[in-house]
Design a binder for this molecule. Structure first.
Ligand code: CTP
Length: 428
């Protein structure tokens, strides 16, 4: 049975925790709760205890509780620690590493995944101090959900600051635990961020601090006429995961994405584009960068002269002939730049046969440092799927990585890229 430790902060959204506990219990999770002093102004330990069916922990120096279950054990026994509502004050104390009450002591002692659900007034959320704390916590490996936009508890106040809904929280908790379980048994030590259970280890945390990472992601859409376009099946999941991983490693990240159905990663500057030519222009504009990862599935061709109006179907007429012209190769253009070439240029290769050989040839032809080659043939389910099986092709040779989630591929790739930059700096 998976164990959730819910740290309830002192905000009006604390009342949602009662429902959250009930939903998690229904799904078979064991839920223990810690309440801050301020949280007890909003809901009572009695109500929380009754719903969770467990003694609620509130005090750091509680003789009975310490004998029963100390804060270290509380922290260690949880598979995930959820902070909801994560108030501005609680986030500030977490970012500073305080441990002067049970909630912060538990958060400092845990090695489990920590998910924070901020909730506060929009002005407090947008304050540079809160944003700085959030960035720090993200760098420390804390995951965030929300806050959402909407009406605040205060009459007439709207903006970003509402705590994520209970259903969203439950979904995120489940996906983080699933991610964790997949990572734990993939037998690939260096990418599970060993032993730190979802938290980026302190040695690797700032690996990309001060760096600018540029990522392209998703497909491009090439218009045939105002309503039709040429596209491909790229979901953007791998590219977006790379942007998120770079952010977690402390980089400033620019993500240039074609049309996708997935959300923008948090803390990343996102430029939405449609066509290959728009993508190239956005990439050029975002330079300089230390690392550029080209994960987009750019359409190789576009229609030479897209219809200005919708092309009408005419009775008994021949279907229209589409003349195609080649799109600019964004990866090649950037990799072959004389000035402002990123220090590390990484391309992707989607192959269906002789994967490694084709990728090696592509690496040389496009003057790229690394190619991440994946097999997208029939049964692999890579396109649109959650997992990936790749080879890393470099000037030194080829490494075959075991199958892993796209998030793990991203994390591993970025850790390697950070190592490459560190070496490049040393050899200067
Ligand atoms: N790429 C790009 N701009 C293009 C085409 C591709 O930036 N117009 C980049 C992709 O983002 C990816 C790599 O180049 O990093 C893929 O190279 P590509 O030659 O398109 O290979 P595949 O699409 O894998 O396949 P093929 O060459 O066999 O068509």
């Amino acid at each position: 049975m998976k164990r959730v430790l819910l740290v309830i902060g002192g905000g009006i959204a604390a009342y949602k925790c009662l429902d959250l506990i009930r939903r998690l219990a229904e799904k078979g999770y064991a839920v223990r709760c810690v309440m801050t002093k301020a949280a007890q102004e909003f809901i009572t330990p009695l109500a929380v205890g009754a719903i969770s069916n467990e003694r609620v922990a509130t005090e750091l120096f509680d003789l009975e509780g310490e004998r029963e279950i100390g804060h270290i054990r509380l922290a260690r026994e949880a598979d995930i620690v959820v902070v909801a509502p994560a108030t501005a004050d609680l986030l500030a104390r977490m970012a500073q590493g305080h441990a002067n009450d049970l909630a912060t002591a538990v958060l400092l002692a845990t090695r489990s995944i920590v998910l924070a659900a901020p909730a506060m007034n929009p002005a407090m959320w947008n304050h540079p101090a809160t944003q700085r704390n959030v960035r720090q916590l993200e760098t420390d490996g804390v995951r965030f959900i929300g806050p959402n936009a909407g009406e605040m508890a205060e009459k007439g106040e709207t903006g970003v600051g509402r705590m994520a809904e209970v259903s969203e929280l439950v979904e995120r908790i489940e996906s983080l635990l699933a991610e964790e379980a997949a990572g734990a048994d993939n037998g690939f030590g260096f990418l599970t961020i060993s032993g730190t259970r979802g938290r980026v280890s302190s040695s690797s945390a700032p690996a990309l601090a001060g760096r600018h990472v540029l990522v392209t992601s998703g497909p491009t859409h090439e218009p045939i006429d105002p309503v039709r376009y040429i596209a491909n099946r790229s979901s953007g999941k791998q590219g977006h995961a790379i942007a998120a991983a770079a952010r977690r490693l402390g980089a400033r990240v620019t993500l240039i994405t074609g049309p996708v159905q997935i959300a923008d990663p948090e803390g990343v500057e996102v430029r939405h584009v449609e066509t290959a030519r728009e993508m190239l222009a956005a990439v050029e504009e975002a330079l300089p960068a230390d690392i550029a990862v080209f994960a987009a599935a750019v359409a190789d061709w576009r229609v030479a002269t897209p219809g200005r109006g919708k092309i009408k179907k005419q009775a008994n007429a021949e279907p229209p002939q589409l003349e195609l012209v080649e799109n600019p190769d964004i990866l090649r253009t950037i990799a072959k730049r004389g000035v402002r070439r990123p220090t590390l240029v990484v391309g992707f290769a989607a192959e269906t046969s002789t994967v490694v050989e084709n990728a090696q040839a592509k690496r040389k032809a496009k003057a790229v440092d690394w190619i991440v080659a994946n097999d997208v043939s029939e049964e692999t389910g890579v396109f649109g799927g959650e997992r990936n099986k790749v080879h890393l092709v470099t000037a030194e040779g080829t490494e075959t990585w075991p199958e892993m989630s796209k998030a793990e591929v991203a994390e591993t790739l970025l850790q390697r890229a950070a190592g490459f930059l560190a070496q490049a700096r040393e050899s200067v």
